[in-house]
Design a protein around this ligand. Structure first.
Ligand SMILES: *[C@@H]1O[C@H](CO)[C@@H](O)[C@H](O)[C@H]1NC(C)=O
Ligand SMILES: *[C@@H]1O[C@H](CO)[C@@H](O)[C@H](O)[C@H]1NC(C)=O
Ligand SMILES: *[C@@H]1O[C@H](CO)[C@@H](O)[C@H](O)[C@H]1NC(C)=O
Ligand SMILES: *[C@@H]1O[C@H](CO)[C@@H](O)[C@H](O)[C@H]1NC(C)=O
Ligand SMILES: *[C@@H]1O[C@H](CO)[C@@H](O)[C@H](O)[C@H]1NC(C)=O
Ligand SMILES: *[C@@H]1O[C@H](CO)[C@@H](O)[C@H](O)[C@H]1NC(C)=O
Ligand SMILES: *[C@@H]1O[C@H](CO)[C@@H](O)[C@H](O)[C@H]1NC(C)=O
Length: 608
């Protein structure tokens, strides 16, 4: 049926006007708008279920239009046509395009006019995706950190607000809910008008990961959801029939029960939540560098089933972000996690959209996927095709952690045949290759139907030896009778070298992190950091004494430690904790492979 936008608008607008009155916003509505008429475009209405089935799996264009203050301000080149070719070619069906409007308001209260150039850029990027047949979700993203203080000084009626005040955070003490609603409503009216004639493949999401934890916060958020829906009715065009996603506080699974569906909504909709669990694995906390035990897997099933359980089966659900980044998660563990999370989501009718800040997944400048295996695993899991997976240690008490994503050889060690195990899941081995060179079974390796591959010393000697220089030497692609390939990276390693081994905590400039240059000698990454004071106590998280050996006393990425391409970091918070403790403290940086007694760590001492 051909959709008549203006008619639907007339029918729908009257009831939704109440949303403004209920929220005391009548006086603040910028002006009565004429509904957009999309005369030349057609819009094939689609149910939310059809939409989210067709959009699975999806990819997030993170850290681009959501960067502050502007696109390009963070780690990515501006989105370009080829970005969307790369995403489509990889097998994704949809893109979530997060957009931050905070820095793009050119007028203050009550109009909150958004820069027209910015709205046009948002519209153009959406067109790049839809032109390729990709489904799109776009939103208002860093609502929780949209600072008013950067508004130009000429802004009329601007309210004096502290720098730290975050405009769309309904949970802040003394938040001016009227102001938040006014600004949110005005912004969505403009966004919805600009995008009113986009095709049915474009869906809207009101606000990303809204802050808050209490019932009151949740009620305030539900009002924003109402205002968002009202803006879609008010703006007309195809918006009254457009697919939307709605969410509860934080978009987190454990607050799902606080979400209330607006009683009077007419848009087709899905519930959206985000999933980065377990936290210790995906955020490199407390030394958890393994994943995949029966209880790890059961927790995912339980988490996703609880989200599903809060909604009747006719409501589609989208996991709008999920990731275990290649920057901080061990490869084989990560691949198992992707396979299990996406497969579990798919079985529950949940659409999966992987987060990508541009450092995790697609290098948007070169079009190279940083971990194509995880992408192929995702695409196959959605299709229900069985993946074979690199095996890795799942026993948390093990003091040697193995991974079939790597063959490590330590400088000075003599080479021998090496056997790796794969979880075949009913598939069989098809081929092994380095680039276009096929390995010869019998000569270069042997394999068994139970999933073992033995790499012959003679083959490995092409890359690894007692005297080879440290570094990544080759990647063996392993293909199977079905599903995603796997990869074995051949790495010659030695303990990395730090530019210094000790310094005084008080010499770290006020407000700054401590940066220590590093010369990597194998994989360019830190696995975990153990932090022990001179008196034997752990500097942070004393409770980790109850964890297994490779987790005791370990800190958390970004909270106490970090690393990049040429430095390791002890964070300001950790430096302050050392000063406060009054004790010299050893930071033991541990690297891959993690195995007791292999010497693959360096102590850095911070003195007081
Ligand atoms: C729609 O429901 C919300 C609460 O769920 C309410 O604030 C709003 O006024 C309602 N709109 C109409 C037209 O009843
Ligand atoms: C707000 O928008 C209305 C309608 O476009 C306009 O008449 C009014 O001047 C604007 N107010 C400010 C303060 O810019
Ligand atoms: C709108 O954005 C463009 C591009 O960043 C900028 O050149 C222009 O000055 C902005 N307009 C206003 C009124 O701030
Ligand atoms: C809250 O915001 C509204 C709308 O901008 C404004 O009229 C009101 O004065 C503000 N209240 C306070 C206490 O600042
Ligand atoms: C609904 O979600 C909550 C978490 O927010 C969970 O504890 C509860 O078990 C879920 N309900 C059902 C029926 O699954
Ligand atoms: C092997 O692949 C990894 C990414 O998975 C890459 O960082 C590394 O450079 C590759 N090694 C070689 C020798 O190509
Ligand atoms: C490194 O520090 C740890 C404490 O985390 C200590 O047990 C170990 O003996 C130190 N190793 C060296 C070589 O100093």
């Amino acid at each position: 049926m051909r959709f008549q936008p203006s008619l639907v608008f007339l029918l729908a607008a009257a009831p939704y006007a109440a949303a403004y009155q209920d929220n005391n916003l009548k006086g603040y509505r910028p002006h009565r708008r004429a509904a957009c008429a999309c005369s030349t475009a057609t819009f094939g209405p689609v149910s939310a279920r059809e939409w989210f089935n067709a959009a699975n799996p999806g990819w997030n264009a993170g850290n681009s239009l959501d960067a502050l203050p502007d696109e390009g301000s963070w780690n990515n080149v501006p989105l370009q046509e080829s970005t969307f070719d790369d995403v489509k070619d990889a097998g994704f069906k949809s893109v979530r395009i997060p957009v931050t409007y905070a820095e793009h308001f050119v007028r203050g209260s009550p109009n909150w006019t958004i820069n027209a150039t910015w709205l046009q850029r948002v519209s153009d990027v959406i067109d790049m995706a839809t032109a390729r047949g990709l489904y799109v979700i776009t939103n208002m993203h860093h609502g929780e950190c949209l600072l008013l203080y950067r508004l130009p000084s000429f802004v009329p009626n601007s309210v004096v607000i502290k720098d730290s005040w975050n405009w769309a955070d309904v949970s802040k003490p003394n938040a001016n809910q009227t102001l938040i609603r006014e600004k949110f409503s005005a912004a969505w009216l403009q966004i919805a008008e600009k995008l009113a004639c986009k095709p049915a493949t474009v869906a809207f999401e009101p606000i990303n990961e809204p802050a808050g934890s209490t019932e009151t916060d949740s009620e305030n958020l539900m009002k924003l959801n109402d205002l968002f829906l009202a803006a879609l009715q008010e703006s007309g065009g195809f918006n009254p029939q457009r697919v939307v996603t709605l969410s509860g506080l934080g978009m987190s699974g454990d607050k799902v029960h606080m979400f209330k569906k607006p009683g009077n909504m007419t848009n087709p909709w899905a519930f959206q939540f985000h999933y980065y669990s377990p936290y210790d694995f995906t955020f490199a906390a407390w030394g958890k560098t393994i994943w995949g035990s029966a209880s790890d897997k059961a927790a995912v099933v339980s988490d996703l089933s609880a989200v599903r359980g809060n909604f009747s089966s006719d409501i589609p659900i989208v996991m709008g972000e999920f990731d275990a980044s290649q920057l901080q998660c061990e490869a084989a563990a990560r691949w198992k996690w992707f396979d299990h999370v996406v497969r579990t989501a798919t079985s529950l009718g949940i659409t999966s959209m992987v987060w990508d800040n541009g450092l995790d997944n697609l290098d948007r400048a070169t079009g190279q996927w940083r971990d194509k295996i995880a992408v192929d695993i995702t695409v196959n899991a959605v299709k229900g095709v069985t993946n074979s997976l690199a095996d890795s240690t799942i026993d948390a008490s093990a003091t040697n952690q193995d991974s079939s994503a790597y063959i490590f050889n330590k400088v000075g060690s003599e080479l021998a045949d090496r056997t790796l195990s794969f979880i075949l899941n009913g598939n069989s081995f098809k081929s092994l290759s380095v680039g276009t060179d096929l390995l010869e079974e019998g000569k270069d390796y042997t394999s068994s139907s139970s999933g073992a591959v033995t790499f012959k010393r003679s083959f490995l000697a092409n890359y690894l030896s007692a005297t080879a220089a440290p570094g990544t030497k080759a990647n063996v692609t392993v293909t199977f009778s079905a599903g995603s390939p796997s990869q074995v990276e051949l790495v010659q390693w030695d303990t990395p070298v730090l530019g210094a081994l000790a310094s005084a905590a008080n010499d770290v400039p006020v407000g700054a992190d401590l940066q220590v240059p590093v010369v990597w000698k194998g994989l360019h990454r830190v696995a975990a950091v153990k932090i022990v004071r001179g008196d034997g106590a752990y500097l942070v998280d004393d409770w980790t004494q109850w964890l297994p050996e490779l987790q005791k006393g370990r800190g958390t990425l970004a909270s106490q430690w970090n690393f990049d391409y040429d430095r390791v970091t002890i964070t300001r918070a950790a430096v302050d904790a050392v000063i406060a403790s009054g004790k010299n403290t050893a930071f033991t940086f541990e690297f891959y492979p993690r195995a007791a007694g292999n010497g693959n760590y360096i102590n850095y001492t911070l003195t007081v």
